[in-house]
Ligand binder design. Sequence first.
Ligand code: NAD
Length: 260
Amino acid sequence: MGFYAITGGTTGIGAATRKLLQEQGHTVINIDIKGGDITADLAIKAERQRAIAELQQKAAEGLDCFISCAGVGPTEPGDRIMSLNYFAAKELTEAAFPLLAKKGGNALVVSSNSANMAGLNTEFVAIMCDEDDEAKACQAAKGLEGLAKQQAYQGSKFAIAKWVRRISGKWAARGVRINAIAPGATMTPLLEKGLADPNFTTGMRTYPIPTQYGKADNFLKPEQIAQCMLFMISPAADCLNGTVLYADGGTDAVLRTERF
Ligand code: NAD
């Protein structure tokens, strides 16, 4: 059976993924701000580094898979969004590389289908992807309020998918594939917070999810995303590398019909 690590495995999409993996008999180390096997606030650099050191110790024999799922939504402060959704995701996944290389494993990073929606702040993306400057990114996003915080969320999710695509060739050449998943609106504590916030509730309810039309539950379920994630990290998907899979019930196809 495999040895896996996941960030953000305590609730929502991460919890559903962890449960499926455990049901298959795998060992899963959960790194989370609450209820983790390694407990750390990954938005804080020092805690992130402590979590990495603990992971290196626990997974000294290597990892079959690393899943970066921890994230906060657009209702949270902009600097926390930048630190957790991009810098922590990148730093932990990078740190997992040597552990994955030991076993020919693979990595999966959770982005979002909002990454390619209208309104992307390309300056934010450049600060993250090109300048790689966490302090500057946090400073730039700190003052954002209300709906404007979506720029930090969307930017962080675009940036992390871009990072995955940039490094995927180099990693695969060394035997470790890496992909990203871009979920649509999924009923989790993160979405619940957005729906409860007057700045976001209308937008979140506006995006159509074609596969959910006519269903009592109009949002996706964490288990649906988790099933896609399980496929992406499985040997059956060993030709996938640098792929960003839209697991959004067809929302992206409706919003950006002519692009892919
Ligand atoms: P969630 O809030 O249920 O899960 C987030 C997880 O991250 C939780 O286990 C939480 O404890 C953990 N976490 C939060 N802050 C942390 C921190 N500072 N340090 C360590 N762990 C922390 O929400 P979710 O919807 O399951 O989100 C999982 C991922 O999916 C996120 O990256 C999110 O951006 C992404 N996503 C969600 C949706 C959606 O509609 N729910 C859509 C697209 C992408």
